[in-house]
Design a protein around this ligand. Structure first.
Ligand SMILES: Nc1ncnc2c1ncn2[C@@H]1O[C@H](COP(=O)(O)OP(=O)(O)OP(=O)(O)O)[C@@H](O)[C@H]1O
Ligand SMILES: [Mg+2]
Length: 387
């Protein structure tokens, strides 16, 4: 029988709800039935700042889906922000003593290695087994039942969020009429975005995905077909706009217009146009501000460099701690639309071919949704079928 699932992507600038019909058995089939995109209020850089406003935003989103009975759907909800910590990793092994590995050994290693220790005041939101290893041979995805071995090990990835954040999230959902205990599952937004933009083959390589949104940068690393790391920076497009409004004393409306029409990732791409004059509205005077294109791009570039430095540090940590050398980078989210961002990223991170990717099209998904700002939303539906 078909199930109904609803992806809820509660972002800093927008909230998206996608309802889909999905049948298990044979080849899983997913068909998007309804789409909602609205303004999201009360969230800042991934933090819930105003319970009522967030809850009203969710209520509008789920109310528009035409679900007569909210319990008819399971909700998959993306989590992001500084309260969703960097993922933790655990590996452990058990003795097999030269015998054949049995189903019981597999259960035992999953229990032992799966006991990932979450920092205090945090709670686990997602745990994924990366692989098994047998006598030091790594990267075994299926349970190695029947193999004769001395040691059996397993590696696990786990994402967690602060208890306070989860309680606030549960409250806003409950206020909006969604039964959290029975109908909600939570996923790091970074993982959802990655699932929407990476192909099956790409996931087996050592590849990172960064979703650059309005309030956060959500990073996930895949290796050997599984997620191995995720982290969140609580900054995004909002910080670019804030830098522009405060540096030039211009209105937010002007900053948006300049960013969309003239923004680019670095001065090196100006091609001699640095002295061009841009017009904007001063925020405190009834006069127009005049800014050179070079100055404007310089302010953007400072923030972009900070973002790229954060990504660089993450990739270094992944290499040092997990021995995964990321060689590919996919960029998505609204800020990925900034001109020359992939060129700048390539130079800054010395990665051969960073590219901007929109989410994969799904059956029933409108063309407009196949855009980088909807990667998390589409990916949450994919998480819903993958369980
Ligand atoms: N062409 C563009 N050039 C530069 N920035 C852009 C462009 N298009 C969108 N953006 C920026 O993308 C951001 C919105 O991205 P997105 O919709 O992915 O964010 P969000 O999902 O609401 O936020 P988050 O995921 O961080 O909670 C805004 O800050 C906007 O300024
Ligand atoms: Mg987003």
């Amino acid at each position: 029988m078909a199930e109904i699932i609803t992806a809820l992507d509660i972002g800093a600038s927008k909230i998206v709800a996608l309802t889909a019909k999905f049948s298990r058995g044979g080849e899983a089939r997913l068909e998007v039935l309804t789409e909602y995109v609205g303004k999201c209020e009360g969230i800042s850089n991934g933090c819930i700042m105003d319970l009522n406003r967030v809850s009203d935003s969710i209520k509008r989103a789920v109310g528009s889906l035409g679900l007569n009975n909210l319990s008819a759907s399971n909700f998959i909800i993306g989590l992001s922000g500084k309260d969703v910590g960097s993922s933790v990793y655990n590996e452990d092994e058990i003795d097999i003593a030269g015998k054949a590995i049995t189903k019981e050994h597999i259960e035992e290693i999953n229990r032992v290695a799966g006991a990932v220790s979450i920092p205090s005041m945090g709670m686990e939101i997602k745990k994924v087994r990366r692989s098994y290893y047998v006598d030091g041979r790594r990267g075994i995805l299926e349970p190695p039942i029947g193999i004769i071995a001395n040691k059996l090990g397993a590696e696990f990835y786990a994402a967690y969020a602060s208890v306070a954040y989860m309680r606030n999230m549960s409250r806003v959902l409950e206020y909006a009429g969604v039964n959290v205990a029975e109908h909600c599952s939570f996923v790091p937004s970074s993982m959802a975005s990655a699932l929407a933009v990476l192909g099956e083959e790409e996931k087996t390589r050592d590849v990172a995905v960064v979703d650059m949104g309005h309030g956060t940068l959500d990073l996930a690393v895949y290796s050997g077909g599984q997620i191995v790391y995720s982290n969140v920076l609580d900054q995004g497009g909002r910080e670019l706009l804030k830098s522009l409004t405060s540096h030039f004393n211009i209105t937010e409306r002007s900053a948006y217009k300049l960013l969309f029409e003239n923004g680019m990732a670095g001065r090196e791409y100006l091609n001699g146009r640095g002295d061009e004059i841009l017009e904007a509205e001063f925020s405190f005077k009834d006069r127009r501000a005049q800014i050179t294109l070079g100055e404007f791009i310089g302010v953007l570039e400072e923030k972009i460099d900070e973002f790229l430095l954060w990504i660089k540090k993450q990739l270094k940590d992944v290499k040092d701690r997990l021995k995964v050398s990321v060689s590919g980078l996919v960029i998505t989210g609204g800020l990925s639309m900034l001109r020359k961002l992939s060129q700048k990223t390539k130079r800054f991170l010395s990665i051969s071919d960073p590219h901007v990717v929109a989410p994969c099209p799904l059956r029933g998904l409108s063309e407009g949704m196949v855009h980088p700002i909807f990667s998390t939303s589409v990916g949450l539906l994919i998480c819903g079928i993958e369980g």
